[in-house]
Write a protein that binds this ligand. Structure first.
Ligand code: NDP
Length: 616
């Protein structure tokens, strides 16, 4: 089906200077000087976030003392894809180690009602062609994703060696045996020649540091540890009937809350949605997979679709390139293509950016209009309108979110002026000076994403050569080779958004990275090499290259309301007397994801592991 541009208000009706000023005012209200320090680690009443597992009992087991080739820290997408690529490269002596009770990562932990993927599943789910699998719909449900992830782990025999319900507590390079010593909360002492950090981007839940949070006597839990025993229902059948006599509050209106709120609103006696910054919530248009279409796709279709998604969501569509994805992620570029087809394609990046900015305001006006057309109470509709540029926050799509606010038992409360909920008491919470009594508080307050690394990774001791802590090593300046290795930390590989190419499908980024590191590990094992470590020259050259070609989004991010996307609007020092924003995407490769992919392919094709110091 041909994807059409969306119906947006004409550019001449959008008062951009007025909107710019409104965005600035909203940002000013929201800026919290405490930055990441406004959040607290889940401890005391919330210690189960680290220690427990609401989904599976944690069974006792003997501690391990062993020597393996590769430890893969994580069993989410990055860990599964690392296992897949290691097997493909002929490396078999490895283990996935994960705090969860099974494979799946975020899709293991998160089971809240309404959990579903906001991205095109035909792009997001990796290895569809190899697995011969098709998701049941465009935006597929959380349990289908978890089951699919686990089916990959099964097919590629990752279960045999996986170590679940095991939290890494320290990691130290031991030069005398040229191995990493890994200790865990189960008393294990694992020696690994190589380590792949596949520890995810959204794995450590965070809590707002609301005064009095520990004094509340009712029920509290984080959305990533949903307690169906308390609410009733289960992930596949989220009938939250035990909430029928409960007054519930939920903190946050991010992607999680947007999905969960319609279910809580449907079942709870009373629901308070405590909002600081509104999300952009579009129509979902979730369609079941057309099996004839699926069967008709030629070999290699998934890669082509991912490329198209990446162009449409993160870069630009070329003249004549269709938008195969056709959702909120691709709306701006799809609309721009139509404008350019009619009035001429831009001749420069500046011209493109100017036109894109206008389109951004038009699309955001459309989204604000959508709130007004659905939410009948004017005050509620005003609170729910987003006032920032597209992609300042993660765009969501949901057909039930706004209608939920038309229910008599659901109330949205704006807590932006007090930078969040003022206080919690024994009986409930305080907002706007009023105490609201509740039975249950749900924290849909997100995860450690742009905070300091030790908070994100959850363990303090991570030491390379000569006891050098990674947290100190990268405190001032992150310096890597290809975004995956760093000097002083031999045989250690990092996944995620650090310093390299980033695809609109996160799983594709992980696949590219783990393919590359699996190749290096396989080569080292084949060549009888004990350590691989990037040379200082290679690191300097790579960092120099990525910075020379980088696109700095600081200007854009400074204009956004604070969130994990921009490190809560906190600037970081560049070391040159300047500051810049820390993006959740890290330092992305300016020339583009597919250029970066080619850079890695060419590097591997040369076969000489150029830039790595090899010690036999
Ligand atoms: P987010 O970090 O996106 O949202 C946290 C929410 O909590 C925000 O609305 C935030 O407000 C609010 N908040 C934090 N502290 C306070 C406070 N003191 N008082 C009031 N409100 C507060 O977390 P989510 O769990 O929603 O999503 C995290 C990420 O997980 C997403 O961005 C996405 O990447 C991923 N995700 C993906 C899904 C998918 O479809 N694939 C579905 C769900 C999540 P404010 O914005 O003002 O800071």
């Amino acid at each position: 089906m041909n994807c059409q541009p969306s119906a947006i208000p004409p550019a001449e009706t959008v008062d951009i200077p007025a909107l710019r000023e409104r965005y600035r005012q909203e940002r000013t209200i929201r800026i919290n000087k405490a930055g990441q320090e406004q959040y607290v680690r889940p401890v005391d009443d919330f210690a189960e976030v680290y220690e427990g597992d609401p989904h599976m009992p944690v069974l006792p087991r003997d501690s391990l003392s062993e020597d393996i080739d590769v430890a893969v820290l994580g069993g989410g997408w990055a860990g599964i894809l690392a296992g897949y690529h290691l097997r493909k490269m002929g490396v078999s002596n490895f283990r996935n180690i994960d705090h969860a009770g099974d494979f799946g990562g975020v899709w293991y932990w998160n089971r809240y009602p309404g959990l579903s993927c906001d991205n095109d599943a035909y792009c997001y789910l990796p290895l569809l062609e190899e697995m011969g699998f098709f998701p049941s719909k465009k935006f597929t449900d959380g349990f289908e994703i978890r089951e699919y992830a686990q089916s990959i782990a099964k097919k590629f025999e990752l279960y045999e060696s996986a170590l679940f319900h095991t939290m890494v507590t320290s990691m130290r390079w031991d030069e005398s045996i040229k191995r990493w010593h890994i200790t865990t909360d189960r008393g294990d002492d694992i020696c690994a020649r190589f380590v792949i950090m596949a520890n995810g981007l959204l794995n450590i839940p965070k809590l707002p540091g609301i005064p009095g949070i520990h004094g509340f006597k009712g029920k509290m839990f984080h959305s990533a540890r949903w307690e169906y025993d308390y609410t009733g229902g289960d992930q596949k059948n989220p009938v939250l009937d035990k909430l029928a006599d409960k007054r519930v509050a939920i903190i946050g209106t991010g992607a999680t809350s947007v999905q969960a709120v319609p279910f809580i609103g449907q079942y709870a006696k009373q629901l308070y949605v405590l909002q600081r910054t509104a999300s952009t919530v579009d129509q979902r248009k979730n369609t079941a997979t057309d099996t004839d279409w699926a069967k008709s796709l030629p070999a290699g279709w998934q890669r082509e679709r991912q490329k198209n998604f990446h162009h449409a969501a993160m870069e630009t569509l070329s003249p004549g390139e269709p938008d195969l994805i056709c959702d909120i992620w691709t709306e701006i570029n799809r609309n721009l293509s139509a404008v350019f087809d009619a009035s001429g394609w831009p001749q420069s990046a500046e011209e493109y950016m100017t036109k894109r900015e206008v389109m951004d305001y038009q699309v955001m006006e459309r989204l604000r209009g959508r709130v007004e057309s659905i939410v009948t109470d004017k005050d509620a509709a005003d609170i729910l309108k987003p006032w920032y540029r597209y992609l300042c926050k993660r765009p969501a799509s949901n057909d039930e979110f706004y209608p939920t606010f038309n229910r008599p038992n659901v109330k949205v409360i704006d807590v932006s002026k007090t930078k969040g909920v003022e206080r919690m008491t024994e009986k409930g919470f305080v907002a706007g000076g009023i105490e609201y009594e509740i039975d249950c508080m749900i924290f849909a307050s997100g995860f450690e994403v742009t905070s300091d690394l030790d908070r994100r990774w959850g363990f303090d001791k991570f030491e390379g050569r000569d006891g050098l802590s990674i947290y100190k090593h990268w405190a001032e300046d992150i310096r890597t080779f290809h975004g995956m290795m760093t000097r002083g930390f031999p045989n250690q590989f990092f996944t995620g958004f650090i310093q390299g190419g980033m695809n609109a499908s996160t799983t594709e980024t992980f696949s590219n990275q783990t393919r590359h590191m699996s190749y290096i590990i396989a080569e080292a094992l084949k060549r009888g090499v004990h350590t691989v470590e990037p040379s200082l020259e290679a690191v300097n050259a790579y960092v120099g290259h990525i910075r020379a070609t980088a696109i700095d989004f600081s200007a854009f991010q400074r204009e956004c309301t604070p969130s994990y996307f921009n490190n809560e609007s906190t600037e970081i020092e560049t070391g040159k007397g300047e500051t810049k924003m820390r993006s959740y995407l890290g330092e992305t490769y300016g020339p583009g994801y597919y250029v970066f992919e080619k850079l890695l392919e060419d590097w591997r094709a040369k076969g000489d592991l150029e830039g790595l110091e090899l010690e036999s």
